[in-house]
Design a protein around this ligand. Structure first.
Ligand code: HEM
Length: 454
């Protein structure tokens, strides 16, 4: 039997977080902090963040054990998810795990089956057409626009149509701004959790105002459905009609609110950021952009892509996969070990937190030929076959894998194909482009581009 040992504890002041310096490092640049830590200490190390002992892992085998092998032992009662409870409540993303999670997941799963995604193609292409009308003016006047913001509006429109049959177009700005405010607030609150949320400070008042804006949108969507259930055939109607097998009870209004908010948030921000980074990387790598154009022109010959075209557009998919490798929208994942476990030869005591940075895992030199480069060929089938599956985890893996992963892949490939087929996005010179790890990995100052017809 293997000799089971304790996880080594990081020794240096810089990384033990006992000194204020290291705390500042973590707050200032969490992406670099975790990458440096794994470079210095290898694939498993223990640190202390505030009061909590946390085990940082950076190896596919360890991640596999947490997400799949012994997934029942790990739940989501962890600070980074609890932080989002004021916004997402007990929706599917933030619910801890166990039976109640399984019941929620079973209720929603049918809405994400592949056959149900066929309408998604039309919803996506029609939302892109609307976006193009708006872009035409910018192209004509040669004025820049922020493509990160454009992608947010686009994916918010698509998810609200696909899952809730509503046109959020008019309110996309309002929703986007309120959401951004909450996102930034919650991260700051994580670093400085005083005074608590219920104290009427200006900062807290701003948060509650933004939350009210988002709640109004969500309750409106619910009201429309509850008043005319026969008019909708979508995920929300399924949730409204669902009854507990034993008690016959339906979902409470609060639970419905949490699920709708969760799907709106999880369903648009992630894909939007992935796409924004794709445009940035394509603009920076003309040789990749050219290959993409060549595939689109050859396969589509100018017609609008459909879901059926996607299997014939492998390079388009590889471009998006490679983008999510370098800039994984969900850049960090954390779990709590309910009971003792072993990761490789290391003992994981019960009640400890286990954390990995997907950003660091996706750049691990052992698993990637060109870890720091934008190289879509990493996703050629023969390359994928050589790698352990858990070296690439943008949607996570195992029973809690992203429920919207197929949805996101279909919508993102269609968006990439349709936009790149028609336009070239050129970066405005001399702008600062930097990843900001909030709830997802977004470009901190946006990405300003000129829209040029091809
Ligand atoms: C590129 C786009 C997306 C990325 C990178 C992404 C990533 C992820 C990841 C990594 C998780 C697991 C988090 C964890 O276990 O700690 C997750 C969960 C989830 N995602 Fe996504 N997601 C994307 C798009 C979507 C879309 C489009 C939807 C819905 C329409 C969605 C809904 C959810 C939900 C509800 C969960 C929780 C699943 C559960 O715990 O059972 N996501 N996502």
């Amino acid at each position: 039997m293997a000799n089971i040992v304790d996880v080594p504890v990081a020794q240096e002041k810089m990384t033990t977080l006992k000194s204020l310096d290291s705390l500042r490092d973590l707050q200032k640049s969490p992406l670099l902090f975790f990458s440096n830590l794994t470079q210095r200490y290898g694939d498993i190390v223990q640190i202390r963040i505030f009061f909590w002992p946390v085990i940082i892992i950076n190896h596919p085998d360890y991640i596999k054990q947490v997400l799949q092998g012994n997934y029942r032992n790990y739940n989501k009662d962890v600070p980074i998810f609890n932080l989002f409870k004021p916004l997402l409540g007990n929706g599917l993303v933030t619910t801890y795990g166990g039976e109640s999670w399984l019941q929620q997941r079973r209720l929603m799963q049918p809405a994400f089956h592949r056959q149900r995604l066929s309408d998604l193609g039309h919803q996506t292409t029609s939302s892109i057409e609307t976006m193009f009308q708006h872009w035409e003016r910018y192209a004509l006047k040669h004025e820049p626009l922020d493509v990160a913001e454009e992608m947010m509006h686009l994916t918010l429109n698509i998810v609200s149509q696909a899952l809730f049959s509503i046109d959020i177009h008019e309110r996309a700005n309002l929703f986007g701004e309120a959401f951004l405010e909450i996102n930034a607030f919650l991260l700051e609150y994580f670093n400085r959790p005083f005074p608590p949320l219920n104290f009427p400070t200006p900062r807290n008042r701003r948060f509650h105002r933004a939350l009210k804006t988002l709640n109004t949108v969500v309750y409106d969507i619910m009201k429309q459905h509850q008043q005319a259930p026969e008019r909708h055939q979508d995920l929300l109607s399924m949730l409204i009609e669902a009854r507990d097998e034993e008690t016959g009870e339906g979902m409470s209004n609060q639970q419905l609110r949490d699920e709708v908010m969760t799907l709106l948030v999880a369903g648009h921000e992630t894909a939007a950021n992935g796409l924004a980074w794709s445009w940035y990387l394509l603009a920076e790598h003309p040789e990749v952009e050219q290959k993409l154009h060549e595939e689109l022109d050859r396969v589509l010959a100018g017609r609008i892509p459909t879901i059926e075209d996607l299997p014939n557009l492998p390079y388009t998919r590889m471009v998006f996969e490679e983008t999510m490798r370098l800039y994984p929208p969900v850049w960090i994942i954390m779990r709590k070990a309910l009971d003792e476990d072993e990761l490789g030869e290391h003992k994981i005591p019960k009640q400890t937190y286990v954390l990995w940075s997907t950003y660091a895992m996706h750049r691990h030199p052992e698993f990637w030929e060109r870890p720091e480069q934008f190289y879509p060929e990493h996703f050629l089938p023969e390359q994928v076959a050589k790698r352990p599956r858990h070296a690439y985890i943008p949607f996570s893996h195992g029973p809690r894998i992203c429920i919207g992963n197929n949805f996101a892949m279909v919508e993102s490939q269609l968006i990439l194909a349709m936009v790149a087929q028609r336009y070239r996005l050129k970066l405005v010179p001399d702008q600062k482009i930097e990843p900001q790890p909030l709830m997802t990995l977004r470009p901190k100052y946006g990405i300003q581009v000129y829209i040029e017809p091809r």
